[in-house]
Design a protein around this ligand. Structure first.
Ligand SMILES: [Zn+2]
Ligand SMILES: [Zn+2]
Length: 936
C-alpha cells in the first residue's frame, strides 16, 4: 500500500446512502479505521481480527433469515444481480492463461484485467455478475488455524460495472445500495448488523477507496472502487472507473449456517469422511464453536506465532494451551487437507503439470504440503481416496473436474513417485550440508538453507528437520514457510510471444506510424513495393508497409533484399518494435527516406517456415490427443531444417507415444485440412474456443488473430501459415527428450527435410547392414546373434586369462625374459614388463593369483601401448603387514609418467602419457617399496 496515500479523504466515503439511512461515521480505537454504522453505541469497527476489535458472534447464531448451502448462496448471489440488470458470466479458469504477469486467478476482476479495465477491449457485458473460483496460496498457512476465514481456494462473487467517460453505469453509492439490499432483503440480515469499514485498496497496479462489509465479526464482502493506476509513488486517475466487488460466497454461506467452521459449510460430507479416515471422532463441537468465535486472533503472517494465538485463546476459554493444541492440531490439519486437495484438483484439472517452474511449482508446493498434512494425520494411503471424493463432490458444480479425473490421478501418482525419489536422494545431500554447517560452528540450520533445500532440491523443511535433528542440529521451520515460498513464486514473468527491445530502438521509431503488415493480407506474397519512412544507424530501414515477417512466436524473421534506385541491400533481420517493423540491412548504401523500394523475401525459406509453423500447431494437438488434456505448449522454435516444440507432461515420452503422435500428426497432414485465419474480439474468441487459445502465452490487444485448423486445433497466433495442411507433405519426429522436470521436447522436420531425416537414418541402417554383411530385413536378428556371440567370446576370454594367470603364477619362481624376481627385506618382489599388451584385466588377474599364493609377494606390473603407460602394484597380505603400501607406490610412480594413480594398500594402479619414462617410473616404484620396508 502506498505511504503517500494511506487514506483517502473522508468525502470519498460520504455516500448519500449513508446519510439517507442515518449511518454515523466513527473511528475504531483498536485498529484506527473509520467505519459507518447505524448503531451510535457501537465502539469498535466490529471486525474480528488479530488486533482484537471483536470476536465472531455468528457461530451458532446465524444473522440470516435461513441457512444457505454454498451452492444456494452462489445461486442467490448470481440471480439477485441478474434480477438487477446484470448479465451472468461463466467463471474463468483458475489458471490465468490470458495474463503474462500472474499464474493463478486470485480475484474476479483478474478476468477483466488488463484489457477491459484499461479500456483496450470492451467487457463481455456491462454491468455483469460472476462467481469466480479464486486461488490464493499466500494464505496457505492460515487456512486451517483460521477455521476458514482464509482459504487457498474460494469463490468470489463479483458484480462489476465499467464506467467510461461517456457511459456511466453505476458507481459507489449504487454499489453500496446493492450490497445493502442483497444482505438485508435477500439474506434477511438486520441493517444495524452491517458495518462498513473505510479502507484503501491497492493491487495489480490499480488502486482506489474501498468499503469492507462486516457482519457479526466477519468481513463478508469488499466493495472496491478502482479508479487509479499506481505509477511509482503516485496515483494516476484512470479514464475507466471500475466497480470491483468481492463477495465471499463461502463466508456468506458460513454466516448463514453459523457453523463451527467454514469447512463444515463448504465441505459437508467430504470433511466428515476426512475426519473419519484420520480417526478424529467424538468431536467436541461445543469446544470447537468456542474456539471458532476467537479464531480470528490467529494470523500467522502478523508476527504472532500459532502457539501464541493458542495461548490467548486458551486463556479466554480457560483451558490449558497445550491441551488445546493437542485437540485442535489434527482438526486444523484435516481442515487444511480438505481445502488443499480441492485447490490442487482445480489446478490439475486445468492441465497444470507439477514441476519446478511457473504454475507447476505452485501445484507441487500444494502436493507436498498435502502429503505432509496426511503424514501428520497418519493417512498418506488415503491420498487418492480424498482426491476422488473431492472430484466427485465438486464436479456437480464444475463438471470439467470429472472429465479430468483419470489424468489428475495419473499426475498425482507421478508426483508421489517423484517426491519419494527426492526424499531418498535428499538424505546424503542433507547429511553433507549438516556436516558442513556443524564444522562451521552452526547450532541451527538457517532459514535460507531450508528455503534453498526446498526451492532447488524439492526437500520440504519438515523432512529436512527430521533428517537434520538426527544429526544433532536444531531446525526451526517458520510457521508461514509455505506462504513465504508461494509468495516468491506468484508473480514471476511468464514467457510471452513478444520480443523485448532495447530502449534506443524504441526511441528511434517513436512517432512513426504503424507499419502495414502485408504478410497478414496475403501470406503467400513474395515481393512488394513500399516507401521508405526512415533509416538510422546505417543499417536500419523502416517502410510504410512490408511483407517481411518480423521475428515472433518462435518463428524466425524473414530474409531477402530491398531494391531501389541506385542500389540493393540484403535484409538480414526483421523486428517489430511496438507497432513499427524495423528491417536490419547489409549493403553499401541505404535507400533514402521518402524514396520507393521493391522488396523480395527469400520465399523458399519463408515457405519452409510456414510449413514448420503449421506443423507445430498440428504436433501440439496430436500430443494432446495422445497424452491428455494437460498437454500445453511450453515453448517452440521453428526452423527450416528442423523445429522443436516443448510440451508440459509428467513422464518421459515412450517411443510408442512418440510414434503415435507422429502418426496422428501426419493423418492431419494427409487430410489436407484448410487453415482458417481470422481476427476476433478477444472475448468472442475465448467464448468460442476457450482458453486453450493461449498456447503461446498471453496475447495482447483488443482483437486476437485466431488460427484454426479445422476440427484439429485452434490457437491465438501471430505467425504465417500454409493454406492447407497437405502443403506440409510429411512430418517426421526425429528426437524427443526431457528438458526439465515436467517439460518434454519434440524435435521434428517437415516436407523435404523430413524425407531427408528419414534418409539419414536409412543410410545409417544400410551402412550397418554392409558392415555386418547382412540384409536389412535380417539386421536385427544378425545384431542379436553377434551380441550373443560376443558375450560368449568375452566369457571365454576371461576364463582363459584366469587360466594363463594361474599358469604364470605357478612358474613365478623363475626369471623370464620379461620378469625379474628378487628378495627385498623378506619380501618377494616380482617385476614384469607386459610390453604393448596392456590388458589391465589380465595384469590384475595374474597379480591376484600370485599374491594369493604367496602372502609375501609384491607384484609391480607395467606396460605401455601407443597412448599411455600403465603401472599396477599388488601386495600380499603379509607384505602389507610388513609395511608395503601399493597406493603410495602407484601414486609416486605415476607422477613420473605424467599422470596420476592410487588405490588401496594392497592394490593400486596408475598411468600417464609419458611412455618414454616408464622405466624411470618402475625404478621409482622399487625405490618407494624399499623405503617402505626400511621404515619397519
Ligand atoms: Zn477495528
Ligand atoms: Zn503459432
Amino acid at each position: 500500500m502506498l505511504k503517500a496515500l494511506e487514506k483517502f479523504p473522508a468525502e470519498e466515503y460520504a455516500l448519500p446512502f449513508f446519510k439517507e439511512h442515518g449511518y454515523v461515521r466513527k473511528l475504531c480505537p483498536r485498529c484506527k479505521t473509520f467505519f459507518w454504522t447505524l448503531n451510535p453505541e457501537q465502539e469498535t469497527c466490529g471486525e474480528a481480527r488479530a488486533e482484537g476489535c471483536a470476536t465472531y458472534t455468528f457461530i451458532g447464531n446465524s444473522p440470516t433469515k435461513r441457512s444457505f448451502t454454498l451452492r444456494e448462496m452462489r445461486e442467490a448471489f448470481l440471480s439477485f444481480f441478474e434480477k438487477h440488470g446484470h448479465t451472468r458470466i461463466k467463471p474463468y479458469p483458475v489458471v490465468a492463461r490470458w495474463r503474462d504477469d500472474i499464474y493463478l486467478t486470485h480475484a474476479s476482476i483478474i478476468d477483466f484485467q488488463p484489457y477491459v479495465t484499461e479500456g483496450i477491449a470492451p467487457p463481455p457485458a456491462n454491468p455483469l455478475v460472476i462467481v469466480q473460483p479464486c486461488i490464493r496460496l499466500v494464505d496457505i498457512t492460515n487456512t486451517g488455524p483460521t477455521f476458514g476465514k482464509y482459504l487457498t481456494i474460494f469463490e468470489m462473487g463479483g458484480h462489476h460495472a465499467f464506467n467510461y467517460p461517456d457511459k456511466e453505469v453505476y458507481w459507489k453509492d449504487q454499489t453500496v445500495r446493492y450490497h445493502h439490499i442483497f444482505a438485508t432483503e435477500e439474506l434477511g440480515i438486520k441493517p444495524e448488523e452491517i458495518t462498513y469499514k473505510e479502507e484503501v485498496w491497492s493491487g495489480g497496479g490499480n488502486a482506489g477507496p474501498c468499503l469492507e462489509c462486516v457482519v457479526r465479526g466477519l468481513e463478508a464482502a469488499t466493495l472496491v472502487f478502482m479508479q487509479y493506476k499506481v505509477v511509482g509513488n503516485q496515483f494516476i486517475k484512470l479514464p475507466i472507473r471500475t466497480v470491483d466487488t468481492g463477495y465471499g460466497i463461502e463466508r456468506y454461506a458460513w454466516l448463514s449456517q453459523g457453523a463451527p467452521s467454514a469447512f463444515h459449510t463448504i465441505y459437508g460430507e467430504v470433511l466428515d469422511r476426512i475426519f473419519e479416515m484420520a480417526g478424529i471422532t467424538n468431536l467436541d463441537t461445543n469446544l470447537l464453536a468456542k474456539v471458532a468465535k476467537t479464531s480470528a486472533l490467529v494470523s500467522l503472517e502478523k508476527a504472532a506465532s500459532l502457539m501464541e494465538a493458542r495461548r490467548k485463546i486458551a486463556k479466554i476459554l480457560e483451558v490449558e494451551a497445550e491441551m488445546l493444541d493437542k485437540i485442535l492440531s489434527p482438526i486444523e490439519n484435516a481442515f487444511a487437507v480438505a481445502d488443499h486437495t480441492k485447490c490442487l484438483s482445480f489446478i490439475l484439472a486445468e492441465g497444470v503439470v507439477p514441476s519446478n517452474i511457473q504454475e507447476g511449482y505452485l501445484a507441487r508446493l500444494l502436493f507436498r504440503r498435502i502429503y505432509r498434512l496426511l503424514r501428520l494425520l497418519g493417512i498418506t494411503d488415503r491420498l487418492y481416496d480424498i482426491f476422488d471424493m473431492q472430484i466427485r463432490y465438486w464436479s456437480q458444480d464444475y463438471p470439467h473436474l470429472k472429465e479430468m479425473r483419470d489424468e489428475i490421478m495419473e499426475m498425482l501418482h507421478a508426483e508421489e513417485e517423484k517426491f519419494k525419489e527426492t526424499i531418498s536422494r535428499g538424505g546424503s545431500l542433507v547429511k553433507r550440508i549438516t556436516e558442513e554447517l556443524k564444522s562451521r560452528g552452526f547450532k541451527k540450520i538457517p532459514v535460507e538453507t531450508l528455503t534453498e533445500l526446498y526451492d532447488s532440491h524439492g526437500l520440504p523443511p519438515e523432512i529436512v528437520k527430521e533428517m537434520v535433528e538426527a544429526e544433532g542440529l536444531a531446525v526451526e521451520v517458520p510457521e508461514n514457510f509455505y506462504s513465504l515460498v508461494a509468495e516468491r513464486h506468484m508473480q514471476t514473468r511468464k514467457a510471452t510471444e513478444e520480443v523485448e527491445h532495447e530502449k534506443w530502438t524504441e526511441d528511434e521509431v517513436a512517432g512513426l506510424p504503424a507499419t502495414e503488415e502485408l504478410y497478414y493480407k496475403d501470406q503467400y506474397m513474395t515481393s512488394f513495393e513500399a516507401k521508405v519512412l526512415k533509416t538510422f544507424k546505417d543499417k536500419y530501414v523502416v517502410l510504410d508497409k512490408t511483407c517481411f515477417y518480423p521475428e515472433g512466436g518462435g518463428q524466425p524473421a524473414d530474409t531477402g533484399f530491398l531494391m531501389f534506385d541506385g542500389g540493393k541491400v540484403e535484409v538480414v533481420n526483421v523486428q517489430k518494435v511496438g507497432k513499427v517493423i524495423v528491417h536490419e540491412v547489409k549493403g553499401e548504401n541505404l535507400p533514402k527516406a521518402g524514396s520507393l523500394i521493391k522488396g523480395f523475401i527469400d520465399w523458399d525459406r519463408r515457405y519452409a517456415l510456414m510449413k514448420s509453423h503449421t506443423a507445430t500447431h498440428i504436433v501440439n494437438a496430436a500430443a494432446r490427443r495422445v497424452l491428455g488434456q494437460h498437454v500445453w505448449q511450453f515453448g517452440t522454435q521453428k526452423g527450416v531444417e528442423s523445429s522443436r516444440l516443448d510440451i508440459s507432461h509428467y513422464r518421459h515420452l515412450t517411443r510408442e507415444e512418440v510414434q503415435k503422435i507422429e502418426l496422428l500428426a501426419n493423418e492431419a497432414v494427409f487430410r489436407n485440412i484448410p487453415v482458417e485465419i481470422s481476427w476476433m474480439p478477444r472475448t468472442e474468441a475465448e467464448n468460442l474456443y476457450g482458453f486453450r487459445l493461449y498456447q503461446g502465452g498471453a496475447v495482447p490487444g483488443k482483437e486476437i488473430r485466431v488460427v484454426k485448423i479445422g476440427d484439429w486445433e485452434v490457437e491465438a497466433c501471430a505467425g504465417t501459415h500454409v493454406r492447407n495442411t497437405g502443403e506440409i507433405g510429411f512430418i517426421k519426429i526425429i528426437h524427443s527428450e526431457r528438458i526439465q522436470d515436467g517439460v518434454e521436447r519434440l524435435e521434428y522436420s517437415v516436407g523435404i527435410q523430413a524425407l531427408k531425416a528419414v534418409q539419414r537414418v536409412e543410410g545409417l541402417l544400410w551402412r550397418v547392414s554392409e558392415i555386418l554383411n547382412s540384409p536389412l530385413e535380417k539386421l536385427d536378428k544378425t545384431a542379436e546373434k553377434m551380441v550373443r556371440d560376443l558375450k560368449e567370446a568375452n566369457a571365454e576370454r576371461r576364463r582363459l586369462i584366469k587360466e594363463i594367470a594361474r599358469l604364470e603364477s605357478l612358474s613365478m619362481g623363475a626369471k623370464t625374459e620379461t620378469a625379474t624376481i628378487r628378495e627385498v627385506s623378506g619380501i618377494k618382489l616380482i617385476l614384469r614388463d607386459f610390453g604393448e599388451e596392456v590388458d589391465v584385466n589380465r595384469m590384475v588377474q595374474t597379480a591376484n593369483e600370485i599374491t594369493k599364493k604367496d602372502d609375501f609377494a609384491v607384484t609391480i606390473f607395467y606396460g605401455a601401448d601407443e597412448k599411455t603407460a600403465r603401472i599396477i602394484v599388488m601386495a600380499g597380505q603379509k607384505a602389507v603387514e610388513k609395511g608395503v603400501d601399493a597406493n603410495e607406490i602407484a601414486k609416486e610412480a605415476s607422477k613420473i609418467i605424467g599422470g596420476g594413480g592410487g588405490g588401496r594398500r594392497n592394490f593400486a594402479q596408475g598411468g600417464g602419457p609419458l611412455r618414454e619414462k616408464l622405466q624411470e617410473a618402475v625404478k621409482k616404484a622399487e625405490e618407494v617399496l624399499e623405503n617402505q620396508l626400511k621404515r619397519e
